[in-house]
Design a protein. Structure first.
Length: 423
C-alpha cells in the first residue's frame, strides 16, 4: 500500500517543484505582532493568569520550556481525585471518565480540531510514535526533519532505519530557518516532514503553514511537535495544514508530566495503524465478554488501555484556565503578552552587556537565550535559583522561558541578580 497521495515509485508528479519562490514563503509568514517600545505594562491577560498561578507567590518562574508549574485548577483537580480515590476507590470513575472527555473537547477546541481527532497521550513521544510506527513505510522512503531537534522528534524516526527508512536531518542556519533547505531535502520518496514548532534551544518559532505547504508539494505528511508553543501561541491545525500533532501538557500548558494531546486528521485515522490494541481501543469497549477487534472510529482508538486519568483531569483544568485568560486557536492575547515581555527582557539584557541570540520579531517565542560574558551559565543559574528565580541552561546558554503571567516583579528579580554579576 502506498501512503496518502503517494506517487508510484520512480515517478515525479508534475505538481512537484523542487525550487521554491522565496516570495511565496514571505507571503505565508504569520503576521508579526506589534510590540511597544516602552517598558511592559500590566495587561489583563497577565494579571488574570497570574492570579491562577500560586508559583508566582514564591518564585520568579521562567522555566516553562522545561517543566511548567501547575495552575490552581490543575492542582485542585489532582487533590480532588486523590481525595476521591483515597476514600472511595473507583466509585467516582464514571464522573472522571466524563470529565476526561471534557479535557479532550477543550484540547480539540484549543487547536481548532474535532474531539474525534484527539488522542490523549502520556507524552509527546507517544503521539509521535503513533505516527512513526503507524504509517505503512516501505524501504527507500524518507523522513525529513531539521537538524538539532529535541531527541523526542529524532529517535522515533531513527527507529525506522532498520526498516529501510532514511532520516534526513537538514542543517539549518544557526538561528532563523531557511525553509528552502527543507524543500531541497524532499523528493518523491519523502513520506513525512516533522519539526518542532518552537526550538527548545534557540526559541525560533517556525511557521507551520510554510512547512505544511512544502509537505503538500511533495505529497508528504506533516507532523508538528507543538510542545514548546501550545499554551501561549494560537494554532489552528486546519488552517495551518497540519496532519499530525503531538504535545505533552507539562510545559507551557501548565499541566503535570504525562498528560497531553495528539491530533490525527480525521481522514487519516484509517491510514494510521494502531500499534497497540487493548480494551479501550475498540467499539463496545465495556462489553468485556464480547471480544471483537473493531477499532473505535475516533482517535481515542490509539489510547488502548488505562488513561492517565488524574493527569488528564489536571490537564483539562489548566486548559480551561488558559482559555479563560484568553487563549484560543486564533487569539494572540497570550502570545502578545509573552512577546512583549521577551522584547523587554532582551533590551534589558543588551543594556547589561549580555550576549543574546536575538531573533527577528516574527519568529520569536517565549524563549530568550543568552550568555553573560565571563560567567559560567550553570553558576549563574544557581545564583538565580538562590535568589528565587528559576531558569534553565541549554546548549551552553541560559534559557529564560517567559509565560504570560510573568510580570515586572519577576523581571526585576531576574535582572537584579544579573546586574549584580555584570558589574
Ligand atoms: C521540542 C520538544 N519536544 C518534546 C519534548 C518532550 O517530549 P516528551 O513529552 O515525550 O517527554 C521536549 C522537552 O524538552 C521538547 O523541548
Amino acid at each position: 500500500m502506498t501512503g496518502v497521495g503517494q506517487p508510484p515509485l520512480g515517478t515525479k508528479p508534475s505538481c512537484l517543484k523542487h525550487s521554491f519562490d522565496r516570495h511565496f514563503y514571505s507571503e505565508l509568514r504569520t503576521p508579526s505582532v506589534s510590540l511597544t517600545a516602552t517598558p511592559m505594562t500590566a495587561s489583563h491577560v497577565q494579571s488574570s493568569l497570574r492570579a491562577e498561578m500560586p508559583v508566582a507567590e514564591r518564585w520568579a518562574y521562567f522555566d516553562h520550556a522545561a517543566v511548567g508549574p501547575l495552575t490552581r485548577a490543575a492542582a485542585q483537580a489532582i487533590q480532588r481525585y486523590c481525595g476521591q480515590v483515597l476514600e472511595s476507590g473507583d466509585v467516582h470513575w464514571p464522573q472522571w471518565a466524563a470529565d476526561v472527555e471534557q479535557t479532550r473537547a477543550v484540547a480539540a477546541e484549543l487547536i481548532g480540531a474535532q474531539p474525534t481527532e484527539i488522542a490523549l497521550v502520556h507524552s509527546t513521544t507517544e503521539g509521535i510514535t503513533m505516527v512513526s510506527e503507524g504509517l505503512d513505510w516501505r524501504a527507500g522512503d524518507n523522513v525529513v526533519i531539521p537538524a538539532g531537534e529535541f531527541p523526542t522528534n529524532i529517535y522515533p524516526w531513527l527507529h525506522l532505519q532498520e526498516r529501510g527508512v532514511e532520516v534526513r536531518q537538514v542543517k539549518m542556519p544557526e538561528i532563523v530557518w531557511d525553509y528552502q533547505r527543507l524543500a531541497d531535502a524532499c523528493d518523491t520518496r519523502t513520506r513525512l516532514i516533522s519539526c518542532s514548532w518552537v526550538g527548545y534551544a534557540n526559541g525560533f518559532r517556525c511557521d507551520p503553514m510554510i512547512v505544511s505547504q512544502i509537505a503538500r508539494r511533495f505529497n508528504a505528511f506533516f507532523l508538528l511537535d507543538a510542545i514548546q508553543g501550545l499554551g501561549v501561541f494560537p494554532l489552528d491545525v486546519k488552517a495551518a495544514g497540519i496532519d499530525f500533532l503531538s504535545a505533552d501538557g507539562h510545559k507551557w500548558m501548565l499541566s503535570p508530566e504525562g498528560a497531553g494531546l495528539a491530533y490525527i486528521r480525521h481522514d487519516l485515522l484509517e491510514r494510521l495503524r494502531p500499534n497497540i490494541a487493548g480494551w479501550n481501543s475498540v467499539e463496545g469497549r465495556f462489553d468485556f465478554q464480547n471480544v471483537q477487534l473493531q477499532f473505535r472510529a475516533e482517535a481515542a482508538r490509539y489510547e488502548a488501555g488505562a488513561q492517565n486519568m488524574v493527569g488528564q483531569l489536571a490537564f483539562g483544568g489548566s486548559l480551561r484556565t488558559l482559555r479563560q485568560a484568553g487563549l484560543s486557536a486564533n487569539s494572540w492575547a497570550l502570545a502578545e503578552q509573552v512577546l512583549r515581555s521577551a522584547s523587554y527582557l532582551t533590551r534589558q539584557l543588551v543594556n547589561l552587556g549580555a550576549e543574546i541570540q536575538e531573533l527577528p520579531e516574527h519568529v520569536r517565542s517565549g524563549i530568550v537565550m543568552f550568555q553573560l560574558p565571563g560567567h559560567d551559565p550553570m553558576a549563574v543559574r544557581q545564583k538565580l535559583l538562590d535568589a528565587g528565580v528559576v531558569v534553565s541552561c541549554r546548549a551552553g546558554r541560559l534559557r529564560v522561558a517567559i509565560h504570560a503571567y510573568n510580570d515586572d516583579s519577576d523581571f526585576a528579580r531576574l535582572l537584579n541578580v544579573l546586574e549584580g554579576l555584570s558589574r
